[in-house]
Each structure stands twice: as C-alpha cells, then as structure tokens.
Write a protein that binds this ligand. Structure first.
Ligand code: NAD
Ligand code: MG
Length: 395
C-alpha cells in the first residue's frame, strides 16, 4: 500500500553517477519514494540490476536493439517492466501522469528535451543536467512557470545557494538583500599546474578529481573549469542574478558548497562532505529533511578551509562562459555544444587539453549570438556549432 505522501519518480540517466546516488537515497526511504521509470543510454546490464532492485513500471534505453535485449533478459528472470527506446520515450516517462518527481540526470544536450517535457508537465523537477539550462535558460524557465513545475537544483553549488537564500526567494536578489552569490569551485585536478604542463595532461588525469567522483564529461569540465562557467550561467537562470553578482571563489577543500552574501554583511554558507547524496536528499524531501547516507561533517579532521581567486589565464573556459552569458541568445548553446564536442575529442585522445578552450573560442567567434524564441533555434545553433567544431578537429 502507498501512503498519501508517496512520490513516484522517474530517474533520467539512472545508470550515471547522479542516477546511482539518487537510487541510493531512494532505497533508504521505501515509505516515501517509488520508482516509476529508469532510463539509460547503453548500459543494459546496469539497468537490469537496477530494475531487479527498484521494480520500475517502465525502462528506457537509447536504441531498439538494446531494448529488445533487455526485454529478453527480463523475461528470463520473470520480471515485468515495459521497455521502450529512443528520445521520445524519454519525454514520455518524464511527463507521464503517474509521475510526481523527475530527476533530470542525463549528461549533456541529450537531456534537454526530456527535462523540458517534465517542466511543461508541471512535475517536481530535480535538475542535475545543467546543460539544459545553459542551452535554453529562458525557454526552460518559461516552461517551468507555464507548466507550474517546481524546480529544485541538484548541482551542489546551486543547491547550497538555494538553501542559503530566503525560503520565499522569488528571483529578485536586491529585493531579498542579496549583494553577491559566491559560487565555490574546487579548482579541479590541475588547480596548481603551470599552463605549459596542461598541454600534456591525459584523460585519466583529468577524470581523477581530488574531491568528487563524477561522470567523465563533467570531470573534464571540472578540469578546464568550464564546469564552473556552466554553473555561472546556471545560477543566472535559477536565481535571476546578473553576471556581475556571481563571483567564483576557488575553495580546494569543497566543504563549503557555495555562499550568499547579504547587504548587511552576513554571508550564509552551506557546508557538507562532498557527496551528491546530500543535495539529492535535500531536493527529494524538500521542504523536509531525510537521511541521505552521507557521513557527518568532521570539521576537526578537515582543520582548515582555504580560498583563492580563479585564474582566468590558465583556465580560459571560465572567461568564455561569462562572455557567452553576456552575449546571450544562442551564444551559451553554441558554447555548450562546442564544449561537448571538444571534451569528447579530448576523451578520445584526438586533441590535447589546451585545445578545448581554443575550439570553444573559435565557435563563439564563428557564430555571433542571435536572439532565441524557439527550441528549434537553440537546437539549430547546437547542431551548427557541433558540425563546425568536428570539422576543425578533423582538419
Ligand atoms: P554520467 O556520465 O555518469 O551519467 C550520464 C547518464 O546519462 C547515464 O545514465 C547515461 O546512460 C545517460 N546518457 C548519456 N548519454 C545519453 C543520451 N544521449 N541519451 C540518453 N541518456 C544518455 O554523468 P553524471 O556525472 O551522472 O552527470 C549527469 C548530469 O548531472 C550532468 O549534466 C552533470 O553536469 C550533472 N552533475 C553531475 C554531478 C556529479 O557529481 N556527477 C554534479 C553536479 C551536476
Ligand atoms: Mg557543481
């Protein structure tokens, strides 16, 4: 039997780092959460193991062949679960009437349409897929308003800012007495490396983050600091904060997850161990609190907290993101697409690390910002930037 407060959840990208952490929190509270749908791109075996444990009604895979393979495996085990495939199936499980809450944890532009579908359908949207907001912030926030959705940030910094803002914050920083948003950054694995040494770093080094265990794409984004750039744009849309209000603060310990500074001199910070189950549990239970499985913060073993200014010279991606945000329109979508292509080429060892920012810069030069009034315009900008960057890489 289900209780009246039982939330029915779709986890988009359930086999990824955020997806797995989400299911870990969900499994701790069977009285509160029931899984409606799980989705993965290609990881059939991981998805099967998750289905055994969480018994969703629907599962989605990227292609029909994988879906029919999963169907066969489920049949052999006597498990019943509808298996669908393709991008439209993602939108359908994100907007299904049986669903209350959608965890949007697909990586990259592929997550945009299903996250939008959840927003339009008025779901409680737990947004990890920052690329969706970066690409189409205006359309996304409009879909949230029109659909009557509740948007809760999962990105640890934005979740921290959300917690440090007044509960009734309605997107007016100065009205709320906010003078600055202090967005913390670990600085990534190459924080102290000379620029010349950055030319020789490998994907393995880029993916071994000092504090967080994450998917490969976001790990490289952390290493270039494009992750922080994407997060500046994310903060702009989520909190209606002008770019000059958002300051990046390098904080190597990743214990403070971000801060809000007020006009009276107060700075309110959210602290915790670097474990994504904290923001996930916060958003799942909001406005209540539930156990996340995260160990309590031990301040004595941490000892000290440090802060540094970001280095825009060694990490040009951060400046590129501010530039794209100020240009507006299609620029952030162009930047995001160029970044996704460049990161994937770096992970394939087709380009070196320093080329990532060069390719994004070239794409922003090639496609001057134009105003955005529809999703098609965003997707066209995304496609042109990808084609352009791929051509540069192949040349
Ligand atoms: P990941 O690579 O570990 O997982 C990505 C998930 O998306 C997987 O389930 C994968 O199967 C699915 N997926 C990938 N490509 C797809 C496609 N084309 N179509 C459908 N599904 C697809 O990534 P992650 O680290 O869990 O990150 C997910 C999102 O959350 C990203 O947008 C990332 O920026 C954001 N985020 C992650 C963290 C973290 O700690 N990992 C923190 C903050 C924000
Ligand atoms: Mg983050």
């Amino acid at each position: 039997m289900t209780t009246p407060n039982m939330q029915s959840i779709t986890v988009l990208g359930s086999t990824g780092s955020i997806g797995v952490s989400t299911l870990d929190v969900v499994a701790r509270h069977p009285d509160r959460y029931r899984v409606f749908a799980l989705t993965a791109h290609r990881q059939v075996e991981t998805l099967l193991a998750q289905i055994r444990l969480h018994r969703p009604r629907v599962a989605v895979l990227g292609c029909a062949e994988d879906a029919s393979r999963l169907q066969k495996l489920l049949r052999t085990e006597g498990l019943s679960c509808d298996v669908l495939s393709g991008p439209e199936a993602l939108e359908s499980v994100a907007s299904a009437s049986e669903v209350d809450t959608v965890m949007a944890a697909i990586v990259g532009a592929a997550g945009l349409k299903p996250a939008l579908a959840a927003a339009r359908a008025g779901k409680r949207v737990l947004l990890a897929n920052k690329e969706a907001l970066v690409m189409s912030g205006e359309l996304f926030m409009e879909a949230v308003r029109q659909g009557g959705a509740t948007l809760l940030p999962i990105d640890s910094e934005h979740n921290a800012i959300f917690q440090a803002l007044p509960l009734n914050y309605a997107g007016d920083p100065s009205g709320a007495g906010v003078s600055r948003i202090l967005l913390t950054a670990s600085g990534g694995p190459f924080r102290t490396l000379e620029r010349s040494a950055l030319a020789h770093v490998t994907p393995e080094q880029a993916c071994s983050h000092p504090n967080w265990v994450m998917g490969r794409k976001i790990s490289v984004d952390s290493a270039t600091m494009m992750n922080k750039g994407l997060e500046v744009i994310e903060a702009y849309w989520l909190f209606d904060a002008a770019p000059e209000l958002i300051q990046v603060v390098v904080h190597p310990q990743s214990v403070i997850h971000s801060m809000v500074q007020y006009v009276d001199g107060s700075v309110i910070a959210q602290l915790g161990n670097p474990d994504m189950r904290t923001p996930i549990a916060h958003a799942l239970a909001f406005p209540e609190r539930v156990d996340s499985g995260v160990a309590p913060l031990d301040l004595f073993s941490i000892g000290k907290l440090e802060f540094e200014e970001p280095d825009f010279e060694r990490f040009p991606c951060l400046g590129l993101a501010y530039r794209a945000l100020r240009s507006g329109g299609t620029a952030p979508a162009v930047m995001n697409a160029a970044n996704e292509e460049a990161v994937s080429a770096f992970l394939d060892r087709s380009i070196d690390f320093l080329r990532i920012s060069g390719l994004i810069d070239a794409a922003l030069e090639q496609f001057p910002a134009t105003a955005v009034s529809s999703l098609d315009e965003v997707l066209a900008a995304d496609a042109s930037a990808r084609a352009f960057v791929r051509k540069l890489i192949a040349a």
